[in-house]
Design a binder for this molecule. Structure first.
Ligand code: ZN
Length: 201
């Protein structure tokens, strides 16, 4: 790994879904470049998945756009990256808010030019900020492939939590489950936990 790759900032996923419905890059149909990556809702067609801060960041803009719908733009406070979150159904932050990574800043939705609940997430490099919205118009574009920066959160430090999580990720034969099934299992944890607490009362 080169020095440049090593120094590249890392961010977490902006939502729980790992279902990418449209990649970053040239669209296969139409002529428009896709400046971000689209994550489909956990439950297809259902808005309301939480959307997260991907690093420590400051909200620099928040408005409704005909294209992006309810939109949040934030500057990383750890690197030269900026983030764009589009099509939100709810927004829980205001301009000026400084927030740590992994906090809920809004809810996934279907506002603006969108054909179903999803998160449109962009990573932009402020080295090219003079052309923030004018991407791929010549060589000075600011948008980057978000998947070049996104990494999975590290497993919890606590051995007990880590083993518990891993147990919910595998089926009875020890094979890894699909993400949808893991989510179902995690929902069961809460239900089981709540009923267990009741037995203690
Ligand atoms: Zn998109």
């Amino acid at each position: 790994m080169s020095v440049i790759e090593k120094s590249k900032p890392e961010i977490i996923f902006p939502c729980d879904s790992r279902r990418i419905t449209s990649d970053y890059g040239p669209r296969t149909s139409g002529d428009k470049f896709h400046d971000g990556v689209d994550f489909g809702a956990i439950k297809q067609g259902v808005s309301g998945d939480p959307v997260y801060s991907v690093s420590k960041m400051k909200i620099v803009s928040q408005y409704f756009s005909k294209t992006y719908g309810n939109l949040i733009i934030a500057d990383s406070l750890e690197s030269n990256l900026s983030y764009v979150y589009g099509h939100l159904s709810e927004v829980f932050v205001v301009v000026g808010t400084i927030i740590n990574a992994d906090k809920t800043i809004g809810l996934m939705g279907n506002t603006g030019k969108s054909t179903g609940p999803h998160l449109h997430f962009e990573v932009r490099d402020r080295h090219y900020s003079s052309s923030f919205w004018n991407s791929h118009d010549g060589e000075f574009y600011s948008s980057q492939d978000p998947m070049d920066y996104i990494v999975e959160k590290a497993a919890p430090d606590c051995t007990m939590c880590r083993e518990l999580l891993i147990s919910y990720m595998k089926n009875i034969d020890g094979e890894l489950l699909k993400l949808d099934d893991i989510h179902t299992n995690l929902a069961h944890i809460m239900t089981d936990f709540e009923s267990f607490i009741k037995t203690l009362k």
